[in-house]
Write a protein that binds this ligand. Structure first.
Ligand SMILES: C[S@@+](CC[C@H](N)C(=O)[O-])C[C@H]1O[C@@H](n2cnc3c(N)ncnc32)[C@H](O)[C@@H]1O
Length: 278
């Protein structure tokens, strides 16, 4: 964090606004890669940029002085960074609250970024330092130990099949996140980041429901374009298997480290009777 390359800091406030996104990313990327010049490829010196948001200014201050940094690697962060820079302001849904949250919200200036977090006390802790984040606690009904049986049996429940799949109130399908905050169902999400809940011990909730529900959200999209879904920890068996079943290898556009990036199109009307997601 301390190794920000000052040669790249803008000289005037106007340029500061232009460089903000890059600065946040740069603080993360420069320290590891010492390759800041490539991080500013989107920066156009003659363009007129809007003023930085209060959230972005807070993020600069935070990450310039932070002792604890996000868990995703700089190269992984860069993957979502590039998408956010190209489509922001957008609707960005993030599963998991952490040391990266202020960065994600700042990379979507003037957009909507909502964080869903399994641990209510962790929400309170993070919001103490960053009260402007829009974070909500959520309960997950699954356990990681159920991952294999949920995957092998979901097709026998019609409410889980892609043609019928819905989320809000769909308590017949155990993979559907049917009880999320209402605001989650009321928007179409352009970018979905899955970096939670925890999925590394048997009693943890696992990411099965989140991966399934992200696929359902993406397939239900009415707006033009695709839904970008980022899934972290794809080195783990359950994340990989659920990604292949619901997010589909054919929609995987890039992978870096432990992060996969999918671009999922809306379902076609001819998919109405499909029995598989891919
Ligand atoms: C893989 S972590 C997400 C970490 C996040 N991407 C980051 O960079 O900080 C998934 C979950 O672990 C929990 N968690 C993350 N960091 C934590 C910490 N330092 N202490 C306690 N729980 C934490 C939260 O419940 C979070 O939603």
């Amino acid at each position: 964090m301390k190794a920000v390359n000052h040669r790249h800091l803008p000289r005037s406030l106007g340029l500061l606004a232009a460089g903000l996104g890059g600065l946040i990313s740069g603080a993360l990327l420069v320290s590891s890669f010492n390759a800041a010049s490539t991080s500013f490829a989107f920066f156009k010196p003659d363009a007129v940029y809007p003023q930085p948001t209060p959230m972005q200014l807070k993020a600069i201050l935070h990450y310039a002085t932070a002792k604890v940094v996000p868990q995703q690697s700089p190269a992984e962060i860069r993957l979502s960074f590039d998408v956010l820079v190209s489509i922001a302001p957008c609707n960005f849904l993030v599963f998991g609250l952490g040391h990266d949250s202020l960065m994600w919200a700042s990379l979507n200036p003037r957009g909507t970024t909502i964080f869903l977090e399994e641990d209510p006390s962790w929400v309170i802790g993070i919001l103490k330092n960053a009260p402007s984040l829009h974070a909500r606690p959520v309960k997950y009904p699954t356990r990681l130990s159920q991952a294999d049986s949920l995957l092998s049996t979901y097709k026998s429940e019609p409410a889980c099949l892609p043609g019928n799949a819905s989320l809000r109130g769909n308590n017949r399908c155990k993979l559907a996140l049917c009880d999320l905050p209402h605001e989650v169902y009321e928007k179409e999400w352009d970018v979905i980041m899955i970096d939670a809940p925890r999925g590394y011990f048997d009693d943890a909730p696992g990411r099965m429901g989140v991966i399934y529900s992200a696929a359902v959200m993406a397939r239900a999209r009415k707006k033009s374009g695709v839904t970008h879904v980022f899934l972290h920890d794809v080195n783990r068996r359950v994340e990989k298997a659920y990604a292949e079943e619901f997010l589909c290898k054919k929609y995987l556009v890039k992978g870096v480290g432990r992060l996969w990036h999918f671009e999922i199109p809306p379902a076609k009307s001819t998919d109405l009777h499909a029995t598989t997601f891919c």
